[in-house]
Design a binder for this molecule. Structure first.
Ligand code: EPU
Length: 474
């Protein structure tokens, strides 16, 4: 396993290009299952999750190849395979996106339930509700969703849940509906740009979907989908993460290949915090372009709420929390999409952040500077948040379990290093622990004598009579 050593305090400066969107790439790859012929996808990021999705599709009879120029080619070679096994699906929840295309194209699907997740409950009841409304017979047996449908038929489907719409659920049902007989309407559809990207791809293949980007989709079923070439949209979460990195280091960064209209809420919030953001084409936010992010004034604390699109994405909540943890003043960060997605808060607290959890919110009392510590990444976005915290912290930060980060950010450390950050990837071995965080017994706790020094050192402002006299025993 690898870990990062981040030496904080470097101001990010320069230019960096945003990769293609992971959360578009994964359902797009699944959608290729529903097509005739060869699908070619460009700007597919090189990520562990993409490799996992390729393996899931390979186990379902697809030939998936990446060529030297980075294009991903997907073609069905065997239509008989319909089982997506737990061993693969448990690695990545997005593999559940094969359910809709399999049902639509092969009339049967057996897909493992993905299992637990560090960001909170992630049921798939809405996916199943939508597919059942299209006429699929579905049962859950020994951890697998087993579904059959002789013919899918258009239906009126409401896909809203307690926490709003579902992104992959909308993709699943939308893909299935494109090949259903008659008209389907989906109310409370997810409006996320990734859903629109999948819908645009399907329409280019011959589907008839109206209303993309709105909560109401109308889909006229067609007989077949003919595979096409498609370019994946830029990753709005990566763009937002890099913007926040620039803000946290007082940097001056040019981001290329950004769709500003996909991150309006994040840019608005950063501006409210005091970050300067300029667009290459301010009148055309829907165009891919460069965006400049810099800090020229002290930043202000704010409140922010993660909501379904077009709100601030839940996938940026952790990174915003890192930023606000070191902006003096009180900020409240709320997540209405995944109300338990706060695993990063306790790790940020290890770096000196003052955070109190209140149900779906975290109340932050911003400190002027975080301090380096040894922290543990719990999920993809939490890992990114800890890397950002390390960039802004004083001293060295070690981030363990960064395999989470490799699942969803293409070359994040290379990009940060190109901007001047001091980030090093090393094996997670005791001997690689930096001196500042190293322990005599090989663990990452401070030594007893360091703690004693911290207790008795000269920096306390106490009356001599109030000074603690710690015992010399270990
Ligand atoms: N929900 C239900 N029932 C369902 C499906 C979802 O109650 O059948 C609830 C969830 O528990 C959650 C909310 O609805 O509270 C939204 O979940 P959604 O289904 O939209 O999430 P998802 O499709 O599984 C995608 C992204 C996530 C991102 C969420 C929210 C992909 C591959 N994943 O997940 O991305 O957080 O939408 O925007 O598109 C990430 O990239 O780090 C990541 C977790």
């Amino acid at each position: 396993m690898d870990m990062f050593i981040v030496r904080g305090g470097e101001r990010l400066f320069g230019s960096v290009t945003v990769s293609g969107a992971k959360n578009s790439a994964l359902p797009l790859m699944a959608a290729a299952l529903a097509c005739e012929g060869e699908t070619t996808l460009s700007s597919i990021p090189n990520l562990v999750d993409v490799t996992t999705q390729s393996r899931v599709l390979g186990s379902l009879g697809m030939d998936v190849q990446r060529d030297e120029s980075g294009l991903l080619h997907l073609k069905t070679v065997d239509e008989s395979a319909c089982i997506a096994d737990y061993d693969l699906v448990r690695r990545m929840r997005a593999s559940v996106c094969v359910l809709g295309p399999l049902l639509a194209k092969r009339r049967m699907a057996c897909v493992s339930l993905p299992g637990g997740c560090n960001i909170g409950d992630r049921p798939i009841d809405l996916h199943l509700k939508g597919l059942a409304a299209l006429g699929a017979q579905i049962r859950v047996d020994r951890g697998y969703v087993i579904a059959r449908a002789d013919r899918l038929r258009g239906a009126n489907i409401f896909l809203g849940g307690a926490f709003g719409s579902t992104v992959t659920g909308t993709c699943n049902v939308m893909i299935a509906a494109t090949l259903a007989e008659g008209t389907t309407t989906i109310e409370s559809a997810a409006c996320e740009p990734e859903v629109v990207d999948v819908g645009n791809f399907l329409n280019a293949c011959g589907a008839r979907i109206e209303g993309l980007g709105t909560p109401f989709l109308k889909i006229e079923g067609v007989e077949r989908l003919q595979a096409v070439e498609h370019e994946v949209i830029p990753d709005r979460i990566e763009a937002a993460t890099l913007m926040i990195a620039a803000a946290m280091t007082g940097g001056d960064v040019q981001l290329n290949e950004v769709r500003p209209d996909h991150i309006t809420a994040v840019m608005e919030k950063l501006r409210e915090i005091g970050v300067t953001i300029q667009l290459e084409y301010p009148q055309q936010p829907e165009r891919r372009q460069s965006v400049w992010v810099k800090v020229t004034q002290p930043l202000k604390s704010v409140d922010c709420i993660a909501l379904p699109y077009p709100g601030i994405p839940t996938d940026v909540q952790a990174q915003l929390m890192s930023l606000l943890a070191c902006v003096p003043g009180i900020s409240i960060v709320t997540d209405k999409v995944f109300p338990d997605r706060f695993m990063h808060a306790s790790e940020l607290a290890r770096m000196g952040a003052k955070i109190r959890r209140e149900s779906a919110s975290a109340i932050l009392n911003g400190v002027s500077r975080l301090s380096g510590a040894c922290v543990m990444a719990s999920d993809l976005r939490a890992s990114a948040a800890l890397v950002l915290a390390g960039l802004a912290a004083e001293g060295e930060t070690v981030i363990r379990r960064i395999y989470h980060l490799d699942r969803g950010y293409e070359c994040l450390e290379e990009k940060l290093i190109a901007l001047g950050a001091n980030v090093q990837r090393v094996k997670d071995e005791p001997e690689n622990m930096p001196e500042s965080l190293k322990l005599t017994d090989g663990e990452e706790r401070p030594t007893y004598s360091e703690l004693l020094d911290a207790l008795t050192g000269p920096h306390w402002n106490l009356n001599p009579s109030e000074k603690p006299t710690p015992s010399a025993e270990g």
